[in-house]
Structure formats: structure tokens, C-alpha cells
Unconditional design. Structure first.
Length: 392
């Protein structure tokens, strides 16, 4: 076996160009060689020949690249609706594949992708859930799922530091449209947080979502969301997000029987109760008493390799059989939350999970049918360094 994988990238827009530049120019991934790039935009190919490398093979059509024999692994970085399409084409050819988030726009198409993956166990299929590499969220998951602190009682995530000006939405005709993107802040900015929510807390049994479409911007899709979730054991969660707050917040708070966890910024604070609340309250004789606790900043390993970590783990999985950061099959879970939230807002009522996926598709297509593309500006930005503010 070779000591490196031969990578192709489909889509050399904002995200694809970031991967290409860092793999080639910064030696991000020692076990990955970028050998081919495909993009339907001739201007992007010409740009890449200068900015990335003239020695890479370039294609104006993705399937031609997949059939070229030049690659044995592919990173799919195209608009959301096409993620399952190209992932499936890779699998049919036995090409290992990494899918950008989200897994797709609606769960029915992602189920097709998962069914194809089941036919090709030899293909290493990963999802770009880079926030799972963040020591902050890894530690939260470890503490919550250890069982040491009992049940989760409630969770709240206020994730509003996704501010986007109107120029961002005007930069491409597909952005923030039902036909081009399939959703707004939930589908573009928050797939990582929705994945982390279910990865850390599990899936709810019911959601009720309150959305505003074009509340803060001239767009079709949602830019302001508050969702209430219910779990089988009775605990609740609230997920609030927006791209309209100029100075937003990223605070994830989880209350358990025996502790409270608060992740904010790069800090994880643990308020550890001396006893589980249900044990303490049985013997307490003070009418306004509260469980004694100690508050500490949780020590973490400091590791947060993000996209680089996901790609290196993927290469190691292909070459050495090591574990992925996120298996591609897991991509449907956060999308189920997103689709259920949208459906709840579309219908104006709570939605139980599992929900009627065909009904969601039909409701989405109603909006796609009346969707209006904008007159696009430059769809690729010179610098995307600030685009991940909400993921820190």
C-alpha cells in the first residue's frame, strides 16, 4: 500500500480552496497528496493553477476526475444539494470520500447516500464534523456521558456569534435561497452545533421551533431560530441561533443532577455538587437551602486540530485502519434535527421524531418552487478566516 492517499477535490470555492491551499502550501496532511481538482467554473480553475499549483490535474467536470484513475480519495465541497450526489458517485467507483457539512439538505437524499455506503464497506466514508476535535466539546461529552453526575435535566445553547452582513448573502445567487442552499443558519452555519448537540446529549423525541425568515436580512430562508426540544426522560433543551446579532454569544449550558457545565469561549466551567440533588433534598432541613458545590475550570488536553485533524484521521483510517473523527453515516443525525425544526416552523406546531420525511420534502419543495435566485456577485471570498467565528 502507498504511504499516502491521492486526493481529488470537487469544488474549489471558499471551503475547497482553503483545503487545497493548506494541503499543498502548508503541508497540513503528510499522508495526503492533492493530485486533482474539479470545478465547473473556468475562472476558479485558472485561479487555482496560479494560487495552488500548476502541477495538479484540473477537470471541468467532476465525473471525469472520478474516472481518471488519478485519485483514490475525494473531498466533496460543493453546494449542499449536491453533497449526496457526488458522495454516491465516489462510492460507486470505490473511491474513499469525505463529505463537507451538511450531509445533504433533506434526510431522504441522505438515506440514499447511506444505503449506497452500506454496499461499499471497503470505502472509508467520513463527515467533516471538525468541531468534534475541539477539546472543549470532547470533554463535555466525556463528563456528561460518564454518568457520574446523573441525568441531564436541561440544556441551553445560545449560538448567535454567526453575524453575517447583507453583502455575504448577496455574494452568490445560490446563497440563502430555498432552491440553492435549502435553508439558512441551520443548514449553513449550525450543522456543527446540531451535530454536537446530538453527539453530546442524544436525540430528542419532540421539537417545537420558532423561526423568522429574512428577519434581519433580505433573504428567503431562516436567519433567526429558537427551538424547544423534549427528551424521552422528560428533560428539555433550548437551541437559539441567529446571523443577525452583530455581537453574539456562544454559550452552551447543561444542568445535570449532580453538576452544571458551562462552555463559553474557550473555557469549560464545572459546578460540581457535593451530592446528587435528589439525594441532598431528602435530608435538607433549610427551606431556602441549596446543594453545596465547588466551581472549577475544567482541565482539557488543549487539542483542537479542526479540519486538519479530521483530514489526517481520514487518511489514517484509509491507510492504517485507524478511527475516523466522524463516520459518514452519522451525518444524518444533525440533519434530522434541522429538518424537524424546519418542519415544525412550516407547520406551526410541534413535531415528533422520527418525523414524516416525505412531508418535509414536500414542504421544502413548495418553497423551492417559488424560490428566486439573486443576481450573484463574487461567490468566493479572498479571506474566509473569520467565517468560523461561531465554531470556536
Amino acid at each position: 500500500m502507498s504511504d499516502y492517499i491521492r486526493l481529488g477535490i470537487i469544488g474549489i470555492g471558499n471551503q475547497g480552496s482553503m483545503y487545497a491551499r493548506r494541503i499543498v502550501k502548508e503541508n497540513w496532511c503528510p499522508e495526503i497528496r492533492l493530485t486533482a481538482i474539479a470545478d465547473i467554473n473556468p475562472a476558479r480553475i485558472e485561479w487555482a493553477k496560479t494560487a495552488i499549483s500548476p502541477d495538479i490535474q484540473y477537470f471541468d467536470e467532476a465525473l471525469a476526475m472520478l474516472d481518471s484513475g488519478l485519485i483514490n480519495a475525494c473531498l466533496v465541497s460543493v453546494p449542499h444539494y449536491d453533497h449526496p450526489k457526488y458522495v454516491i458517485e465516489c462510492m460507486k467507483r470505490g473511491i474513499h470520500v469525505m463529505c463537507e457539512k451538511p450531509a445533504g439538505v433533506y434526510t431522504l437524499q441522505v438515506r440514499e447516500m447511506m444505503a449506497e455506503a452500506d454496499k461499499h464497506p471497503e470505502v472509508v466514508f467520513g463527515m467533516m464534523f471538525n468541531q468534534r476535535t475541539n477539546c472543549l466539546y470532547r470533554k463535555m461529552r466525556e463528563l456528561i456521558q460518564s454518568g457520574k453526575y446523573g441525568r441531564v435535566r436541561r440544556a441551553n445553547w445560545l449560538i448567535t456569534n454567526w453575524y453575517r452582513p447583507q453583502y455575504y448573502y448577496d455574494s452568490g445567487d445560490w446563497r440563502a435561497t430555498w432552491s440553492g442552499e435549502g435553508g439558512g443558519v441551520l443548514l449553513n452555519q449550525c450543522p456543527h452545533q446540531l451535530d454536537l448537540w446530538q453527539w453530546i446529549l442524544g436525540m430528542p423525541v419532540k421539537v417545537q421551533s420558532f423561526m423568522r425568515f429574512g428577519q434581519w436580512h433580505d433573504i428567503e430562508v431562516e436567519d433567526d431560530v429558537t427551538t424547544i426540544m423534549e427528551y424521552a426522560d422528560g428533560h428539555t433543551g433550548v437551541f437559539t441561533t441567529s446571523t443577525g446579532d452583530p455581537h453574539g454569544t456562544n454559550r452552551f449550558e447543561v444542568q445535570m443532577d449532580g453538576a452544571q457545565l458551562i462552555a463559553e469561549g474557550e473555557t469549560l466551567v464545572l459546578a460540581e455538587l457535593e451530592q446528587l440533588e435528589q439525594d441532598w433534598t431528602r435530608t435538607n432541613t433549610q427551606p431556602f437551602g441549596s446543594v453545596p458545590c465547588k466551581v472549577v475550570n475544567v482541565e482539557m488536553d488543549g487539542q483542537n486540530p479542526q479540519h486538519q485533524g479530521v483530514l489526517n484521521a481520514w487518511a489514517a483510517a484509509i491507510l492504517h485502519g485507524e478511527p475516523l473523527v466522524a463516520n459518514g453515516h452519522e451525518g444524518i443525525n444533525g440533519l434530522m434535527l434541522s429538518n424537524a425544526m424546519h418542519l415544525s416552523s412550516f407547520l406551526g406546531k410541534p413535531v415528533e421524531l422520527p418525523f414524516d420525511e416525505k412531508l418535509y420534502y414536500d414542504e421544502l419543495m413548495k418553497r423551492v418552487a417559488t424560490s428566486k435566485r439573486k443576481t450573484g456577485g463574487p461567490a468566493v471570498f479572498a479571506d474566509t478566516a473569520n467565517s468560523f467565528a461561531g465554531t470556536k
